[in-house]
Every structure is written in C-alpha cells, then in structure tokens.
Design a binder for this molecule. Sequence first.
Ligand code: FES
Length: 76
Amino acid sequence: MITIRLRKNGPYVVDSDEASVVDWNGQEYRVERRPIALCRCGASTKKPFCDGTHSRVGFEAAEAAIGPEAQDKPAT
Ligand code: FES
C-alpha cells in the first residue's frame, strides 16, 4: 500500500519504494530521495519536488482531513 502524507503547510510525502513520478508525457523523473516530497505550494525551484521553499514563502495549506478522531497537530 502506498501512503501519501500531507505535511502541515508543506509537501505531499509519498512513502513507497515502488512509486515513480512521471510527467504528462509519461516521462519518468529521476527520484533522488525517498520518501518522495512533492511540492504543494507551487514555489519550489525543483518542481515537482519540494525544495523547502514553502517555509520561506509562508505557505498555508487547506484544512486537514475531517474524521471522528481527527486532531490537528502542530507543523513539524
Ligand atoms: S511544498 Fe515545499 S517547496 Fe512547495
């Protein structure tokens, strides 16, 4: 199973040794680090990968998932 975690005010983190990232032409990106962090803020200079710029631009993500046991945790 592949788990995609949303970092609070940060990237999508793909926890899988099997996952690959491909562009709209089916061309595969070279993945240099795992887990894979995909930019969610749009400000990375290494798109589609996160380069940490979200912290400098003050990116604030949308709401967390809603569920019966959901508790919002501080950003890490
Ligand atoms: S989410 Fe990290 S640079 Fe965009």
